[in-house]
Design a protein around this ligand. Structure first.
Ligand SMILES: [Zn+2]
Length: 212
């Protein structure tokens, strides 16, 4: 078990043990957005999915684990969580080659901007229901030799089309060489759209991603 004494002190009635045993994927950040704690749910998820674990280990910087194109979004929102001392919620997709997965992420400020507790709950998990495509270089690699993959859902853009993004499972498993990252239209509009209000007692989400 990892132990973060600062986090433990700030939990205020919530059992550190319960947090650690939760099936939710939980981690904590300090004000510099360094990872100070990951729970057993996180460890089990990492073991099931392999790869990239070291990027999310205690002592790593959260932003180093996030695709470049999403960093302004998370930076701005975590800054608001700390500055305004209120929670922020967000949904994201984290699919595997075999499964479509969507998570709800709730970030709580703790103490005097001492920690952000980030709880990721699985909302939906099912085998992909959409059409799956083979890794066809001719269909997806553009004339500059690049494949564009959505850094959020991992779909890849069809050559010559801004609208058509396809799920190619073998490129989710292994990112092909010379891949650039972008955001597909469904992800921009659904996951990173302008602010919306919730009626569940949480503040409005700070969705601030702007299309360049
Ligand atoms: Zn996408």
């Amino acid at each position: 078990m990892h132990f973060d004494p600062v986090l433990s002190k700030l939990l205020d009635g919530l059992s550190f043990q319960d947090l650690d045993n939760s099936d939710d994927i939980v981690f904590a950040l300090n004000a510099d957005l360094e990872i100070t704690y990951v729970n057993q749910g996180w460890v089990r998820f990492a073991e099931r999915n392999g790869g990239g674990v070291e990027r999310w280990s205690v002592g790593s910087r959260f932003m180093d684990a996030i695709p470049m194109i999403l960093r302004p979004f998370y930076l701005e929102n975590f800054a608001k969580v700390l500055a305004e001392s209120r929670p922020w919620e967000h949904q994201y997709e984290c699919s595997s080659p075999a499964l479509y997965r969507r998570f709800h992420m709730l970030s709580y400020p703790l103490g005097d901007a001492e920690r952000i507790l980030v709880v990721n709950s699985l909302v939906q998990e099912q085998p992909h229901t959409e059409i799956l495509y083979e890794p066809n270089e001719g269909l997806y690699r553009n004339r500059d030799g690049l494949i564009t993959q959505c850094c959020h859902c991992r779909r890849v853009r069809r050559n010559g089309s801004n609208q058509q993004w396809d799920m190619v499972p073998s490129w989710v498993a292994v990112i092909p060489p010379n891949t650039s990252h972008g955001l597909c239209y469904p992800c921009i509009s659904y996951f990173y759209s302008s602010s919306t209000n919730t009626d569940r007692g949480f503040p409005e989400t700070f969705n601030t991603y702007e299309i360049g």
